[in-house]
Design a protein around this ligand. Structure first.
Ligand code: BDR
Ligand code: CA
Length: 315
């Protein structure tokens, strides 16, 4: 079997950087392009960061700038998690280039690439779902043409990490997430239910930096502020949310999936909650009716996922 053709939709983002390195290092992955989105920082910065990482690692993968704001009405426009990912989105690690305003090409790139490789493209989205929702709006036919969509996002049976109800990627554009979960394509969410158990300790990060060469050293360097964020909460290390979703592409057996129709409210105090309709439920389920069943990894082998990251990122 040939390599998996992957488009990585991302908002680098410290954990995004590790997720990207995993994809680049994995022998079974053919990374066709990177699309960027606002989230951990404005899209001008996440685009610049993606290019910086790829250039630092000598990988000429095309980067397509994406959405600067949510599809959801009335979302805050300049609320970025600087206390987690730094003011520049990469833990305030020095990034030489100036951010630039560029035309948004991400959603059209998604459409064109999915149409060019029917049944083959896997989209891995680890930021807001805005680019994917826009791609569906431009070209609904891509739902039939994509191989599948894997997202890092959601909090199904655990509290959120941005409100008690919502995980950050879903909260940042809940309408886009509802569109993505509602399209007739296969979506697998890798949510906080599992990713909050994939904790890379500081000693493990240091070992990876030592064994993984300069590429992994860069990830360790730019992760120090992120590690500091966890330290203030009493933890010695960092969660590797987005890289957990990268591992799903290559090692699905390490993940335990639950299926159901998913809705995401985009207003009110529950904005951004991922609500999966349990099987066998009878009741007033109109809001979930006629939606495709999607999957969420509510459980999985966290230690084995971390071991896989270590193996690939030090190979
Ligand atoms: C997600 O939010 C972002 O800050 C991280 O990069 C990750 O994609 C975790 O909730
Ligand atoms: Ca991310």
């Amino acid at each position: 079997m040939g390599k998996q053709k992957v488009i990585f939709d991302t908002d680098p983002g410290v954990d995004d950087a590790l997720a990207l390195l995993y994809l680049l290092r994995h022998p079974e992955i053919d990374l066709l392009g990177v699309t960027t989105v606002f989230g951990n920082a404005p899209v001008t910065l996440t685009t610049r960061n993606a290019r910086f990482l790829l250039r630092s690692w000598g990988q000429p993968v095309p980067v397509h700038p994406g959405a600067a704001a949510a599809l959801t009405p009335d979302m805050p426009q300049d609320d970025f998690p600087v206390h987690i990912h730094g003011r520049n989105g990469l833990g305030d690690h020095p990034v030489p280039d100036q951010p630039t305003d560029e035309p948004e090409t991400a959603s059209q790139f998604l459409v064109d690439t999915i149409r060019a490789h029917p049944g083959q493209i896997r989209v891995l989205a680890v930021g807001r779902m805005t680019n994917l929702a826009r791609a569906l709006q431009i070209a609904p036919d891509i739902a039939d043409l994509v191989r599948d969509v894997v997202i890092m996002g959601g909090a199904f049976r655990v509290p959120g990490n941005i409100t008690p109800a919502a995980e950050a990627n879903i909260w940042g554009d809940p309408l886009a997430a509802d569109i993505v979960f509602g399209a007739d394509w296969r979506v697998t969410a890798i949510p906080l239910d599992l990713t909050t158990r994939t904790f890379m300790t500081r000693p493990m990060l240091a070992r990876l930096a030592q064994e993984g060469g300069p590429d992994m050293q860069l990830v360790a360097d730019l992760s120090q502020g992120y590690v500091g964020f966890y330290k203030r909460s009493g933890y010695d290390g960092m969660l590797v949310h987005d890289c957990c979703a990268s591992v799903f592409l290559t090692d699905p057996d390490l993940f335990t999936l639950t299926e159901g129709e998913v809705r995401v409210p985009w207003e009110g105090i529950a904005l951004g909650t991922t609500m999966m309709n349990p099987t066998d439920r009878q009741g007033p389920l109109d809001a979930w009716a006629d939606r495709p069943r999607q999957a969420a990894a509510l459980d999985g082998q966290a230690e084995a996922i971390l071991a896989r990251i270590a193996q690939i990122c030090t190979a």
